[in-house]
Design a protein around this ligand. Structure first.
Ligand code: IPM
Ligand code: MG
Length: 361
């Protein structure tokens, strides 16, 4: 019996995780899956209830679970509180506490949504790339960091970009393993023309690739990678990069697909236990209005089935149910074209669940 912890979080988080939960429950009810589901708090809701964005107790429950499904964190209400207590810190803390160093962010263009892309259809038709972002190191976590006052009373803010050989080696392996299941092409993105941390990164990635003779590895500077992503994105298959570059490039890649509301992500540790979450944020402007797109969270469940629960068969059924809903013309507001009548969060969830209940294997 698998244990799943759902952390709905803030904004649209509770609405989208509710639909994803129904997807899991449909698989359980159909006898396809045996799991127990619990819920907990993270982000602003946890600040309200416990004074901190993530409690030790919730971390313990997350450690005891096979997988965590997270909605989103943050909102205007908590933007001006002390940095260490902000909702985002809850997210960074759970990544670090669970050792979730490997963040897989697929950017897939659904053929039904080609018109929603910011690029011309021929540049993005068939787009299917994965960004493998290092998630527990680099400038996000490097010490020293802070804001202090220098000699002349002038304040300075600073962070440290540091990567150890081990950290680079394990994320490189993770990317190569992903690539072995795909077209075996990996582009490592760095800034080795300027940064020492990148110089070492490139050296270790190259060295690690010797254990993967089938992998075709190339290297690219991050500024060029940003340009190539919006010029000719289909040249990429798997991109592996550090925490900050991955944060930036994955948002750009997401936009190529037309809707950030469609994209899931997985954050895995060394035991392939993971935290699964949609790439989009908490969207406080539409929270509680039944307008959010639940598909990124539903597809995060699909990634959970594939990577942690080892049920690629069920992952395919969930993917198929999402495809079927899109094929039927269902669109939430974020992916609706000019002539489409948008459906709500719940109605989109209904369509997926119904299809799932009838396409049993
Ligand atoms: C992401 C987000 C987070 C990050 C924020 C919310 C801390 O932008 O998951 O990409 O920067 O990692
Ligand atoms: Mg980001």
């Amino acid at each position: 019996m698998h244990k799943i912890l759902i952390l709905p979080g803030d904004g649209i988080g509770p609405e989208v995780t509710a639909e994803a939960r129904r997807v899991l429950e449909t698989l359980v009810d159909g006898g396809d899956l045996d799991l127990s589901i619990e819920e907990g708090e993270i982000g602003g809701v946890s600040i309200e209830a416990n004074g901190v964005p993530l409690t030790d107790e919730t971390i313990d429950r997350a450690r005891g679970a096979d997988a965590v499904l997270l909605g989103a964190v943050g909102g205007p209400k908590w933007e001006s509180i002390e940095r260490d207590l902000r909702p985002e810190r809850g997210l960074l803390r759970i990544r670090a506490a669970l050792g979730l160093f490997s963040n897989l962010r697929p950017a897939i263009l659904f053929p039904q949504l080609a018109a929603a892309s910011s690029l011309r259809p021929e540049l993005v038709a068939g787009l299917d790339i994965v960004i493998v972002r290092e998630l527990t190191g680099g400038i996000y976590f490097g010490q020293p960091r802070g804001i202090d006052t220098g000699e002349h009373g002038e304040r300075r803010g600073y962070n440290t970009l540091v990567y150890s050989e081990d950290e680079v080696r394990r994320i490189a392996r993770s990317a190569f393993d992903v690539a072995m299941q795909r077209s075996r092409r990996v582009t490592s993105v760095d800034k080795a023309n300027v940064l020492e941390s990148s110089e070492l990164w490139r050296e270790i990635v190259t060295e690690t690739a010797r254990d993967y003779p089938e992998i075709e590895l190339s290297h690219m500077y991050v500024d060029n990678a940003a340009m190539q992503l919006v010029r000719a994105p289909k040249q990429f298959d798997v991109i592996v990069t550090g925490n900050l570059f991955g944060d930036i490039l994955s948002d750009a890649a997401a936009m190529l697909t037309g809707s950030i509301g469609m994209l899931p992500s997985a954050s895995l540790n060394a035991e392939a236990r993971g935290l699964y979450e949609p790439i989009h944020g908490s969207a406080p402007d539409i929270a509680g209005q039944d307008r959010a797109n639940p598909l990124a969270t539903v597809l995060s469940v699909s990634m959970m089935l594939r990577y942690t629960l080892d049920r690629a068969d069920l992952a395919e059924r969930v993917d198929d149910a999402v495809f079927a809903a899109l094929d039927r013309g269902l669109r939430t507001a974020d992916i609706a074209g000019p002539g489409d009548a948008a459906v709500g969060t719940r109605a989109m969830g209904d369509a997926v669940v119904k299809r799932l209940a009838t396409n049993g294997g």
